[in-house]
Design a protein around this ligand. Structure first.
Ligand code: ZN
Length: 377
C-alpha cells in the first residue's frame, strides 16, 4: 500500500512509497484512511527540524491529523465496520508517569510518550493502519469529512477546558475573548468561544482571503493591527501565533483576573526588549494567569467531536480550504496564500453527502467495498 514517508532529520526527504500492510501486532482495529490534515508540525518535520522514526527504522510515515473508516474490529471494541474514526496522536509513556497512568498523556511528566507521525510511531498518511480500540475516537457519521478537524480541535478543546478550570479559582463571569491568529487553531478557538456565548475578537494580519469572512460568519469580530486596539480588557486570551511581540502584548491587555492561554510554538531567536518588572507588577496586582498548553487526551477529543457536531457544517467545509489527492501530496504540503486547513485525501469518500458534509440527514454508514467483517476478539 502507498504511504507518505520522510527520513527524520533530512530536509525535503518526503516521498510516496510502497510499504507492507500493517501487521496485526500494531492493533486489532483495521482502519482505511480517508484523509489526513497538514499542519505546521508536519512542515517542521518536512524541513528536517523535528520528528523521530520508530526504533530500529530510518523512515517515518507522516500524518497525525487523521480520518478513517473501520474495516474490521473485534466485537468487544464496539466498533462496527464503516464506523468513522480518528486516531489519537499521543501514546502514554511506558513507565508510566503519574499522569500517563490515569489517561492524561497530554500532561506527561517524563517526555517518554510517543506520537503517531511525529515521534517514534508511524503516522496515518498511509492507505490503511492498525490501532488498538482504545486509541481511536468514534465519530458521529454526520460529521463526515469534517471529522479530519477533530485532532486540531482536540488541542483547542483542552485549552478551553484548562481556561475554565483556572477560571473556577474564584467567582468568574468572563465576557470578552481575544484570539490572536486566524489559522485553523485560532478559528476553532473562536468557534468554541462563540459556542460558549462569549464576545469573541480575532486578530490577524491579512485583509484578504477566507479568514476575515470565516471570523465574521462565526459571529465574531475580525481585527487587524495592534492588540490594544483589537480588544483591550479581554477576560480570556488564546494566543495562537507564537509571535513574540504578540505574546508579550496580550499579557498586558487583559482585564483584572485575566487568563492568557499560549498555544503557539515560537521559532526562537527573536529577542524583545521587555520590562519584566512592570509585567510582574501588573500580573500580581490583577491576579493574571498565563499558561501554556499542548496535545490532548481522550476527553478532549470527545469534547472536540461534540463541538464540531454543533458547528455549522458549511463553515467547517470552508475551514478545509484545500483538498489534494495523495498523488498530489507535494501540492498539499506547500502553503499557499489563501490556505486555512489543507487536507490530503487518501480515498475519495464514497459517501457523497458526508464528503461535502452538507446534509443534516446523513446517517447511513456506507459499507466498504472490501468485504468488511469482524476479526479476532
Ligand atoms: Zn507520561
Amino acid at each position: 500500500m502507498r504511504a507518505l514517508v520522510i527520513t527524520p532529520g533530512v530536509a525535503d526527504s518526503a516521498r510516496l512509497e510502497e510499504i507492507p500492510e500493517p501487521s496485526p501486532e500494531q492493533g486489532s482495529v483495521l482502519v482505511e484512511t480517508l484523509a489526513v490534515g497538514v499542519c505546521g508540525t508536519d512542515r517542521e518535520i518536512l524541513a528536517g527540524e523535528y520528528g523521530a522514526a520508530p526504533p530500529g527504522e530510518n523512515h517515518l510515515v507522516l500524518g497525525h491529523e487523521s480520518l478513517g473508516r473501520v474495516v474490521s474490529a473485534p466485537m468487544s471494541s464496539g466498533l462496527l465496520p464503516g464506523a468513522l474514526v480518528v486516531g489519537i496522536v499521543r501514546r502514554p509513556d511506558p513507565v508510566p508517569c503519574p499522569n500517563c497512568a490515569v489517561g492524561e498523556w497530554d500532561m506527561c511528566r517524563n517526555g517518554q510518550y510517543t506520537e503517531h507521525g511525529i515521534k517514534e510511531l508511524h503516522g496515518f498518511c498511509r492507505e490503511r493502519f492498525r490501532i488498538e480500540p482504545d486509541r481511536v475516537i468514534e465519530l458521529d457519521a454526520r460529521l463526515g469529512g469534517a471529522g479530519v478537524l477533530v485532532e486540531p480541535a482536540s488541542v483547542v478543546a483542552k485549552a478551553w477546558e484548562h481556561i475554565e478550570r483556572i477560571g473556577q479559582r474564584s467567582r468568574w463571569t468572563p465576557q470578552r475573548v481575544l484570539v490572536t491568529g486566524a489559522g485553523p487553531i485560532g478559528l476553532l478557538a473562536a468557534m468554541m468561544g462563540v459556542q460558549r456565548g462569549l464576545e469573541v475578537h480575532v486578530l490577524d494580519r491579512v485583509t484578504e482571503g477566507p479568514k476575515p469572512d470565516l471570523v465574521r460568519d462565526l459571529g465574531a469580530t475580525y481585527h487587524i493591527g495592534v492588540v490594544a486596539k483589537a480588544c483591550a480588557n479581554a477576560d480570556i486570551v488564546l494566543e495562537c501565533t507564537g509571535v513574540a511581540q504578540l505574546v508579550f502584548d496580550v499579557m498586558q491587555c487583559t482585564a483584572h483576573n485575566g487568563i492568557v492561554c499560549l498555544t503557539g510554538i515560537s521559532s526562537g531567536g527573536r529577542k524583545l526588549e521587555a520590562d519584566i518588572a512592570a509585567l510582574n507588577r501588573a500580573m500580581v496586582l490583577e491576579n493574571d494567569v498565563v499558561f501554556g498548553t499542548v496535545n490532548a487526551n481522550r476527553r478532549h477529543y470527545e469534547a472536540a467531536a461534540t463541538a464540531l457536531c454543533k458547528a455549522d457544517r458549511r463553515w467547517l467545509d470552508r475551514l478545509i480550504s484545500r483538498r489534494a489527492p495523495l498523488e498530489s501530496w507535494q501540492d498539499a504540503l506547500v502553503h499557499q496564500p489563501n490556505d486555512v486547513k489543507t487536507v490530503i485525501e487518501l480515498k475519495a469518500n464514497d459517501d457523497k453527502q458526508s464528503a461535502h458534509f452538507l446534509s443534516d440527514s446523513v446517517s447511513v454508514r456506507n459499507p466498504l467495498p472490501e468485504a468488511p467483517g469482524h476479526t479476532g476478539g
